[in-house]
Design a protein around this ligand. Sequence first.
Ligand code: UDP
Length: 241
Amino acid sequence: MAATATEPRRASVLGVPVDVCPDVLAAAVALWRRGGGQIVTLNAEMTMAARSDPALGAAIASAALVIPDGAGVVWALGRQGLRVRRSPGIELAWALLAQAASQGWRVALVGASPAVMDQLVARLRQELPGLQLVFSAHGYQSPDSWPALGQQLLAASPDLVLVALGVPRQETWIQRLPGRRGGLWMGVGGSFDVWAGVKKRAPTWMGALQIEWLYRLLQEPSRWRRMLALPSFACAVMKER
Ligand code: UDP
């Protein structure tokens, strides 16, 4: 079955599900209309992590929408004859904030450092003045305050929740929130840091050459160990029939 703008077609890369759809924003809005769910943005590093971390694997498998965010995943789908455009999660998340501002959606933000959260809230107030921000919490709370925070968040009945706690924690935290109902729930990694101006995205030419990973490595050398997953991903995809 071919994918339509609002009905993605589910494929998989190394056994990890990923949705093929021509317009991720339209698919996300359609999901919100159907009652919401979890959105995962999948890249090569996460695909490898999901294979060795059952909790992350389960969160991705139960997500309502998994978008291909990463040149590696797009390349792996291409080897199956599926032509897909890369959909950076940070771009979908910003487009959803703009949608929220224009449609009166209730928005919640969770994660990043207290300073980043403050800067982000200030920036959103300036750039999206109509945005209804109903809940925000930074990501460095004491461990025992998370259950109450989750309850407060659910009580705010958000339409859109962006969670920046890093992979895999943001995906598993969303999946395990008891009593989660409507709304879109999306892990956004370092997006809050970028929006707050603390981190930079790779320049467009690096994206075009598919070497954004190199930029991230130069900006955060401590990521080298995580990035060893990339050559393993390429080998596993080439071995996959
Ligand atoms: N973070 C957080 N609480 C923590 C650990 C991390 O809120 O206990 C935030 C961190 O400040 C950053 C985001 O999670 O804003 C993770 O960003 P990263 O680029 O590392 O995401 P990933 O590559 O894992 O998707």
